[in-house]
Design a protein around this ligand. Structure first.
Ligand SMILES: C[S@@+](CC[C@H](N)C(=O)[O-])C[C@H]1O[C@@H](n2cnc3c(N)ncnc32)[C@H](O)[C@@H]1O
Length: 269
């Protein structure tokens, strides 16, 4: 769902008896998102949502900022990225990094930021000389993930630095790609919502109501190919017909992995 539709359906509030700093942060979020801020007034989230006639609420609490809708909570957490970075440090292969053929100093455009896990892992690999830009169409996801990336109290220093380096832009990738000069990024990456959702994906379940569910189109892949100096990479389920439909004829990934990566190299064009 795009931001315009989302704005009509949510508001911002706080946890019960908030500290002033959290009320201020809530007002700041509401202003930036262009939606109302509502005092919590000891109401349950369900009652407050009913009173305000909204589907969901962004809730600023002392320890995190979350989005609640229909009993589901979405909040930023670097857990998945943290596990993958540990594996990389132990010398294991990360299939996304391999498919991107990513090196320190590379510039990556992550067109589908979501929870930011792929962007954080890419940022860890590209390092201080690299540049990671994450695009996200949902204003709620973009705002919560940007806040998390910059403020999450991550004790692992290199993971924290990888998170802080990511630039988040709340925009539709097609619009952004259309305005780019040729070869603006080394790698352009897509991880759209899968056409057929994976059964066990709790991380994705929490953002499903907010995320833009539309499939990638050929025109966007062409724009990405212009914007990429080296490759365009797309993550999808193994065997997905999306690869062929969009022109990703080279597939990389673990032999038995349920999720694989389609690659189009600029050189081969
Ligand atoms: C499967 S999630 C990405 C997960 C991400 N790779 C991660 O590691 O957390 C897809 C995300 O892309 C966003 N998205 C889908 N279409 C988009 C578009 N046209 N422009 C920008 N973002 C888009 C969705 O809103 C969703 O948050």
């Amino acid at each position: 769902m795009g931001c315009h539709q989302q704005k009509k359906s949510f508001a911002v509030t706080t946890s019960h008896r908030p500290a002033k700093v959290n009320t201020d942060l809530g007002k700041h979020f509401a202003k930036n998102l262009g939606v109302p801020f509502a005092e919590r007034n000891d109401l349950s989230l369900k009652t407050l949502a009913d009173v305000l006639k909204v589907r969901g609420l962004v809730v600023v609490a002392a320890n995190r900022v979350s989005y609640f809708e229909g009993g589901q909570e979405f909040f930023f957490h670097p857990g998945l990225a943290s596990l993958r970075i540990k594996e990389l440090k132990n010398g294991k292969t990360d299939q996304m990094i391999k498919a991107m053929s990513l090196h320190p100093g590379d510039n990556v455009l992550d067109c589908t930021l979501g929870l930011g896990s792929d962007a954080i892992v890419a940022s860890f690999v590209t390092g201080t000389e690299g540049r990671i830009t994450g695009l996200e169409d949902s204003c709620v996801i973009a705002a919560l993930v940007q806040h998390g990336l910059t403020t999450y109290p991550e004790p692992e220093k290199d993971l924290a630095l990888a998170m802080r380096r990511i630039r988040v832009i709340n925009v539709n990738y097609k619009e952004y790609l259309a305005g780019l000069a040729p070869r603006s990024y080394d790698i352009v990456y897509f991880d759209p919502m899968f056409r057929i959702p994976r059964r066990h994906s709790p991380a994705m379940d929490t953002i499903r109501t907010l995320a833009n569910p539309h499939p990638l189109d050929r025109e966007t892949v062409d724009l990405a190919l212009k914007a990429a100096a080296r490759r365009v990479v797309m993550k999808e389920r193994r065997g997905s017909t999306e690869f062929q439909r969009l022109g990703f004829h080279r597939i990389e990934g673990g032999r038995y992995a349920p999720v694989v990566y389609g690659v189009i190299e600029r050189k081969s064009l």
